[in-house]
Ligand binder design. Structure first.
Ligand SMILES: NC(=O)c1ccc[n+]([C@@H]2O[C@H](COP(=O)([O-])OP(=O)(O)OC[C@H]3O[C@@H](n4cnc5c(N)ncnc54)[C@H](OP(=O)(O)O)[C@@H]3O)[C@@H](O)[C@H]2O)c1
Length: 257
């Protein structure tokens, strides 16, 4: 018997890339989903695609995770549609790769509010109900860049916020475990999503250093199906050929002239 069927989950950043791949996999497992992203059109398309899978129920809620009011609305709509929330997958994120002195100032707040505060706030909003149910699973999409010390050049703000998110996740695990709530940080290496697909002149060698979303889906399923008394605290999913000492995709290629 599939032990995930009938569970309810929220996934942020679910209209494309890693979030969409996880959503497809979870609906195939019979999990009911509320998907969140900012752009309604992409969200509607994703919901329509996933409904064809004919498994769990799927709803889309337009939500900017950098805005508290949107997150509160997301939780309310999810509870209205699905009832209790068993699983929260915090995944929405934006990338920004600049040498620090050239990074636009508005980027700093956008990154902090989306890639860090959005995760913390949504966890805070969902956890009271999980505590009441004495069960729940929170998965935070961190980044393989946190494994590099010091964090990669041109990726300083993004990566240092992910370092903070990793620390938050680990701490949350300890604080939540007595309530029966599991917390897992997934740390993907550079992944073949729209983000990397759009890059100009990606070389074959660089393409070989990307990982597929499938490996991250597998990590999510692993985290959700281990025995009740086990929690995979951190799962790093890294390409065997990752060159730790230099960026997989150099800055100049991210921003072609
Ligand atoms: N791709 C990689 O190589 C890689 C590696 C390590 C970690 N990660 C992490 O994995 C996560 C997903 O990355 P991805 O590659 O799948 O990105 P992606 O393909 O660019 O997709 C990002 C998703 O997040 C949504 N999103 C962005 N900003 C949002 C906001 N403020 N509020 C709500 N939704 C928002 C986007 O939809 P809208 O634009 O419509 O909002 C989209 O659905 C991110 O946290 C990223 O940091 C990615």
């Amino acid at each position: 018997m599939n032990k995930l069927a009938g569970k309810n989950a929220i996934i942020t950043g679910a209209s494309k890339g890693i979030g969409k791949a996880i959503a497809r996999r979870l609906t195939q497992e019979g999990i009911n989903l509320v998907l969140a992203a900012r752009r309604q059109s992409a969200l509607d398309q994703t919901v329509a695609e996933l409904k064809k899978e004919k498994s769990g129920e799927v709803f889309g809620v337009s939500c900017d995770v950098s805005r508290l009011a949107d997150l509160e609305n997301l939780v309310k709509v999810s509870q209205d549609q699905l009832g209790k929330i068993d699983i929260l997958i915090n995944n929405a994120g934006v990338s920004s790769q600049y040498p620090f002195e050239r990074q636009p100032l508005e980027d700093l707040e956008r990154l902090a509010h989306t890639n860090y505060l959005g995760y913390v706030r949504l966890s805070r909003l969902v956890i009271p109900q999980m505590i009441e149910n004495k069960s729940g699973a929170i998965i935070n999409m961190v980044s393989g860049s946190v494994l590099v010390e010091p964090v990669p050049r041109s990726f300083l703000v993004y990566s240092s916020l992910k370092v903070g998110l990793r620390a938050f996740s680990k701490g949350l695990f300890w604080e939540m475990r007595d309530h029966g709530i599991k917390v897992t940080a997934i740390m993907p290496g550079v992944t073949d999503t729209d983000l990397t697909g759009k890059l100009a002149e990606i070389t074959r060698e660089q393409k070989e250093r990307l990982i597929s979303t499938q490996s991250i889906e597998d990590a999510v399923i692993f985290a959700l199906t281990v025995p009740a008394n086990v929690c995979p605290l951190e799962l790093a999913v890294i390409n065997q050929k990752t060159p730790w000492v230099k960026p997989v995709i150099p800055f100049a290629q991210q921003h072609p002239k």
